[in-house]
Design a protein around this ligand. Structure first.
Ligand code: HEC
Ligand code: HEC
Length: 214
């Protein structure tokens, strides 16, 4: 009886223990599998499925956006160096004007000294806006010299676009007064290649069809 009891302890009970452990493991892994499936179903719902047609439309829309971004009315304030650009030929800004840490100009050559809240009438007069400036030195948001692929990636990168979410980015290109200034050029200067409306439409199409960079 004693021996049997010992045997039972040694062989029977441990086996029962293993069964319990196996059952728990099985239950746990089922929960993991099911919650994983639920998660991926959720993710599939959240992310719309883009077709090849969407991807092509997205790239085509970005090329329209790109043509505006690279036009002098936008690029002149998004230069590769620390000097703003001027005119339809995007020459370096005269008078030794420089970006400065905050983008508002160095020392006595503050942008607002010459650029008033409104365009001044006449040829070769400074265009105006209350916040006329370049992006700051620590986040230059360069357009000049960027390929469509590089610029698309940069616009979507919070580390390089002024910490803008996609929503903030769309809000910026729709409502920001410096963007709108592009469509109120100083006398004698060309307009961007699309209307502001067409630009916003193309930008939204680029995003909604997958934000694909060409
Ligand atoms: C000393 C006066 C002066 C200062 C300071 C100045 N600007 Fe200008 N800016 C002008 C004038 C004048 C024009 C127009 C030149 C022309 O059309 O020939 C101009 C034109 C521009 C243009 C071209 C606009 C276009 O649509 O092509 C940009 C961009 C610009 N300035 C940016 C800046 C920025 C940014 C600052 C400050 C960092 C600044 N400027 C400081 C006088 C100044
Ligand atoms: C007077 C100078 C000026 C002009 C003109 C200008 N910008 Fe900008 N832009 C800025 C400054 C300054 C910032 C940074 C401010 C901010 O992030 O809110 C900026 C930021 C941006 C951004 C934010 C994201 C990024 O990665 O660059 C976009 C997009 C943009 N501009 C588009 C345009 C477009 C499109 C035009 C022409 C229609 C334009 N800008 C004309 C000065 C200008």
């Amino acid at each position: 009886m004693d021996i049997n009891h010992n045997l039972n302890n040694k062989f029977y009970y441990p086996k029962k223990g293993i069964c319990v452990i196996l059952a728990i493991v099985a239950l746990l892994s089922m929960t993991v599998v099911f919650s994983f499936r639920a998660e991926s179903r959720l993710a599939n719902n959240a992310k719309p499925h883009f077709t090849r047609k969407d991807s092509l439309a997205s790239q085509k829309a970005f090329l329209k956006v790109y043509a505006v971004l690279m036009s002098p009315r936008c690029m002149n304030c998004h230069p590769a160096g620390d000097i703003p650009l001027q005119g339809d030929d995007s020459h370096l800004h005269l008078q030794g004007v420089k970006r400065g840490p905050d983008g508002k100009g160095l020392y006595a050559l503050k942008c607002a000294n010459c650029h008033q809240p409104h365009n001044l009438p006449g040829l070769h007069m400074p265009p105006g806006n209350p916040k006329w400036s370049l992006p700051p030195a620590n986040m230059k948001m360069v357009f000049q010299g960027r390929s469509p692929h590089q610029l698309a990636a940069q616009l979507l990168d919070k580390k390089r676009n002024g910490k803008k979410s996609i929503k903030a980015l769309i809000d910026h290109i729709t409502n920001d007064t410096l963007v709108l200034a592009g469509w109120h050029p100083a006398q004698g200067l060309a307009m961007p290649p699309l209307s502001h409306r067409e630009f916003v439409k193309a930008f939204n199409e680029w995003i909604s069809k997958g934000a694909v960079s060409p």
